[in-house]
Write a protein of this length. Structure first.
Length: 218
């Protein structure tokens, strides 16, 4: 399966499973603790949230930011995010993040549990998009699963792109991209691209705060 087909199936999973999206946040204490970390992060000014899902993070960002622009490709999860987020400074946009380019710059770009769904071949372009979205002095902040989280996924072996199988309550099955980034390797990769990087671990997850090269996206 090539990346395009895998990403199409990944999108189908999130559209079909919108009503189940929030279950892990209710079930896992580690996720609840991660949500509380938002108040400790350098979130400021105008915020761009990539892959906002059902808005679990959007409401927390809106409490810290001057404005939030939350983007997701799945209309079904966006509808839930809109309903959840009461802030008048939050706006929502439906767009494919592998094709969309921001029309303006932001002080903060935030994404939670999205980096692991980006195929490795598309990472260079993804980081260029993030850099182009940041205003001078801006920061990208991200949260995701570390390698230990692989124990809780049905990982498919011998795939050209790291892949996991997800099952919905009704029994349907979908393949998704799932890359379990190692914090040290990710730090080295971004540093080599000229980014300023600080990544810290929290339980089986990691939290990154990064700044692009000074000439990126300029």
């Amino acid at each position: 399966m090539d990346d395009d087909a895998l990403l199409t199936e990944q999108m189908a999973y999130y559209r079909a499973g919108a009503a189940e999206y929030d279950q892990p946040y209710a079930e896992y204490e580690d996720l609840q603790r991660l949500l509380a970390v938002v108040d400790e992060l350098p979130i400021a000014g105008d915020v761009l949230e990539l892959a906002c899902g059902t808005g679990q993070w959007t409401t927390l960002l809106a409490a810290r930011a001057r404005s939030v622009t939350a983007v997701d490709a799945a209309a079904e999860v966006l509808a839930l995010a809109r309903a959840r987020t009461a802030s008048p400074t939050a706006q929502f946009l439906q767009a494919d993040l592998f094709e969309w380019q921001p029309s303006r710059r932001y002080d903060t770009v935030f994404f939670a549990f999205w980096l692991s769904h980006v195929p490795p071949t598309r990472l260079p372009d993804f980081w260029k998009t993030v850099a182009a979205a940041l205003a001078p002095g801006g920061k990208a902040i991200f949260i995701d699963d570390g390698p230990a989280a692989a124990a809780y996924e049905e990982v498919l072996t011998n795939q050209p792109t790291p892949t996991a199988l997800r099952r919905l309550d009704g029994g349907s099955r979908y393949r998704i991209v799932k890359v379990f980034h190692d914090a040290r390797a990710l730090t080295d990769h971004l540093t080599a691209l000229g980014w300023s990087v600080r990544i810290r671990s929290m339980a089986g997850n990691f939290i990154g705060t990064v700044e692009p090269p000074t000439d990126a996206g300029r």
